[in-house]
Design a protein around this ligand. Structure first.
Ligand code: PMP
Length: 360
């Protein structure tokens, strides 16, 4: 290796060089139930309409009006309360990065229950912030209220994330404990509602009562994972600060147009979400009836299950063409757990058959 390359590499942070890249499993030809995507494609008619709209976009210009138009449409779609504002991310992953940057004063900490979405911790670490993960209750993955409050008192986190419903456990947490956490929080509290399209409950009402609360959502689980649009809603004064950290042209004109198109057809996506919620209940019953499987109730488009040997079941399903997520190594509380995304009825049937065959 040339000296110049070695010198260049030696300038990269040691913790970054020691880290692994975010894993994206190869899935060609498989029933893909690993990352909570919406399984449904647009109808040929809607695809043609989308193509025409994208074809008419002025891609020679930097994004400007289209971003503002999408932000306004998302605010209306979400029912943004008065006094609040919205900012957009290239997926909510980018919003998480912006939030970490916003609070990255020396010694600042970020806290979330654990296990939860891995980017909270990764993003904190990459901003040289300390991450505090507070274990969920082992039996039901409910928030451990006393532990959360004790950790908040001890660490005084600048930012708390509550994934609602939680990834990977799928549950909505107790509303009383959430309010206790918000009231004890010395800084910002982000309600991450990535899975809101599938849940019976959301946090929009908290915005009016608690100015430190932000609600983060994404179009990914709605059906646009490939498009990359996340949004963050909160008090205008807070959003104005976080928006300063947004890369100026982060929402491409094509993404914005696709997002607007999807919102014009919100009824199509609402029907897909309803289908997936019904499938989730059907799959949950089937999993509960399967010997050797413990299924945890979910309000998301995924179900966490515990089996006797997750590695064995995961490999067996993979060899049968079904890709799910083996969560075993992600956290001690996820011992022998698999996370299964809800797909179409046919995909779910294939998944259930493959799981049954892979248990022994
Ligand atoms: N929040 C949660 C809880 C998630 O599970 C995910 C993705 N799995 C995200 C945020 C990020 O979503 P995206 O970047 O696609 O908007």
């Amino acid at each position: 290796m040339s000296t110049f390359l070695n010198n260049a590499l030696s300038c990269i942070r040691d913790d970054v060089r020691a880290a692994q890249a975010y894993p994206v499993a190869s899935s060609a030809g498989m029933v893909k139930l690993d990352v909570m995507e919406n399984p449904f494609r647009l109808s040929p008619e809607l695809q043609a309409q989308l193509g025409a709209r994208l074809g008419a976009v002025a891609i020679n210009r930097y994004p400007a009006e289209s971003t503002a138009k999408l932000a306004a449409a998302l605010a209306a779609h979400a029912g943004m309360p008065d006094g609040c504002a919205i900012t957009l991310g290239n997926g909510s992953d980018e919003l998480i990065t912006m939030l970490s940057m916003a609070v990255s004063k020396a010694g600042a900490k970020i806290l979330s229950p654990s296990p939860s979405f891995v980017m909270y911790e990764l993003s904190a670490r990459y901003q040289n912030l300390q991450f505090v993960g507070v274990p969920l209750r082992a039996a039901d993955f409910e928030l451990d209220g006393p532990s959360m409050l004790a950790a908040i008192a001890e660490h005084r986190p600048a930012l708390i994330y509550l994934s609602y419903p939680n990834n990977p456990t799928g549950n909505l947490w107790d509303a009383t404990v959430i309010e206790q956490i918000i009231q004890a929080a010395p800084g910002l509290v982000v309600m991450d509602e990535a899975y809101q399209p599938f849940a019976a409950g959301d946090s929009m009402a908290l915005l009016a009562r608690y100015p430190q609360v932000l609600v983060m959502r994404t179009m990914s689980k709605f059906g646009l994972a490939g498009v990359r649009i996340g949004y963050l809603i909160g008090q205008a004064a807070l959003i104005a600060e976080i928006d300063k950290l947004r890369p100026p042209f982060n929402i491409s004109v094509l993404n914005a147009e696709a997002g607007l198109f999807a919102l014009d057809h919100a009824d199509v996506y609402a029907a897909q979400a309803a289908t997936l919620r019904a499938e989730r209940e059907r799959v949950f019953s089937a999993l509960q009836a399967m010997a050797g499987v413990q299924a945890f109730p979910s309000q998301g488009n995924m179900i966490l299950v515990r089996v006797a040997d997750a590695a064995h079941a995961f490999a067996g399903m993979k060899s049968r063409g079904v890709l799910i997520k083996n969560s075993h190594a992600a956290h001690p509380l996820l011992n022998n757990c698999l996370r299964i995304t809800i797909g179409s009825a046919e995909e779910n049937q294939a998944m259930l058959a493959a799981l049954q065959e892979s248990l022994s």
